[in-house]
Write a protein that binds this ligand. Structure first.
Ligand SMILES: Cc1cc2nc3c(=O)[nH]c(=O)nc-3n(C[C@H](O)[C@H](O)[C@H](O)COP(=O)(O)OP(=O)(O)OC[C@H]3O[C@@H](n4cnc5c(N)ncnc54)[C@H](O)[C@@H]3O)c2cc1C
Length: 368
């Protein structure tokens, strides 16, 4: 989000921008640990609109940003086993089609025929969008960062924000251990840590960290039986997988996971995933685990982000994407840059307001 916002500001001629990154590398937090999934299939119209704009950018990333991102559009396949999920996806599918997205409604047999070896026992229906896919999160981050730098943006690594000064006119400065930077505009793009940054300015945001795991399985002796990079999601269990090079990437949510910043791998999670994986993709049972890591979802109460003003004059947020933010970075960065430049973003930002949490809001149900 930070590099996209910087890129889009620079595109509008706003190059007096400094991006502060606490780590020694960009993308070392959630963005560098995600599954690379990119999809139109969300339940909230605002998210689908972010996807439509972002996917157009991913499809033409080299021309627009000047970097390659290995975008493979082999689709997202959602498997639906519970009547309530079927009904919610039916409504979402209608809405997505109204917005011009081509989504297929499939029988279990049609879903199974797309991925050799996939078992669909208990599945009632499935959805598939052929323009969904996966791409390289590091390529996207570095692409935005390099283009922003070429345009004059400064990127400082190892620069942890430790304080934000506020005066009668709003934000006044950002402190790091090395320096105080005087500025009237601050963007909070701190992902799972965005709540803490908000607190520094006296404007907390309800964003909390939630650990999620990814496992990489080496190919079994007889291979996987398919090459497509299709991202398959068993929605009821939240188990998902996709081919990652020669390997298979997979993961699943753990409803008992408490909020927290710990990103050590909790291996017993694998024991919860194994029976679900065996039920859907038995070839995974024969595979050995080559690698595992954990990263943080950056959750909000309605699983929707905050994009725009953040409670103090001059303070903006682009954070809280709740586990589906990598893919929305092109549109979100563009919208925020437009707002800061005083341009009309041509986007209804009501669902992304920072102060919406006082009311009951319709949340994104397509979080896995
Ligand atoms: C296992 C897993 C799988 C996922 N799969 C997908 C997927 O398939 N598709 C998808 O779209 N999304 C996915 N996500 C979610 C996605 O990774 C996030 O929504 C996205 O990366 C958020 O980007 P961000 O820039 O807001 O946060 P981050 O990438 O976390 O960036 C925030 C940055 O702020 C820095 N920072 C924090 N505090 C400070 C400070 N005080 N000073 C300076 N710098 C600071 C951090 O070091 C970090 O680099 C997944 C996430 C996980 C964990």
């Amino acid at each position: 989000m930070g590099t996209s916002a910087a890129f889009h500001l620079a595109r509008l001629g706003l190059t007096n921008v400094i991006l502060l990154e606490r780590e020694s590398q960009l993308g070392a937090a959630s963005t560098g640990r995600n599954a690379g999934g990119v999809r139109h299939q969300f339940s909230q119209e605002a998210n689908v609109r972010l996807s439509i704009e972002s996917i157009k950018v991913f499809e033409d990333f080299d021309a627009i940003v000047g970097a390659t991102i290995d975008f493979r559009q082999d689709g997202y396949l959602f498997l639906l086993s519970e009547p309530a999920h079927v009904a919610a996806f039916r409504a979402a599918c209608d809405m997505q089609r109204r917005l011009g997205v081509t989504v297929e409604w499939l029988t279990p047999a049609e879903a199974a025929s797309r991925i050799p070896g996939l078992l669909t026992g208990g599945v009632e229906a499935a959805t598939f969008c052929a323009r969904d896919g996966i791409c390289d999160p590091d390529g996207v981050t570095m692409g935005f960062a390099a283009a922003a730098k070429r345009a004059g943006v400064e990127i400082r690594r190892g620069a942890e924000v430790t304080g934000i000064e506020v005066d009668a006119r709003g934000v006044a400065a950002v402190r790091t251990p090395q320096e105080t930077i005087h500025t009237r505009v601050v963007i909070n793009a701190a992902g799972a840590w965005a709540g803490k940054i908000g607190e520094m300015a006296g404007a907390p945001l309800p964003i909390w960290p939630l650990r999620r795991h990814i496992f990489i399985a080496a190919p079994p002796r007889h291979g996987w039986g398919f090459d497509a990079r299709t991202l398959v999601i068993d929605f009821a269990s939240s188990f998902y997988f996709h081919r990652e090079g020669a390997n298979m990437l997979f993961g699943m949510g753990d409803p008992s996971e408490p909020p927290g910043f710990d990103t050590t791998v909790n291996w017993p999670v694998l024991e919860q995933i194994a029976p679900v994986a065996a039920r859907r993709l038995p070839s995974l049972s024969d595979a050995s685990i080559a690698k595992a890591w954990a990263g943080l979802y950056e959750m909000t109460p309605d699983a929707m982000p905050v994009i725009g003003p953040a409670g103090v004059d001059g303070l903006f947020a682009i954070a809280g994407f709740s586990g589906h933010g990598f893919q929305h970075s092109p549109a979100a960065g563009r919208i925020l840059a437009d707002l800061i430049a005083g341009r009309d973003p041509h986007f209804d930002l009501t669902p992304f307001r920072h102060d919406r949490f006082r009311e009951a809001t319709a949340g994104e149900v397509g979080v896995v």
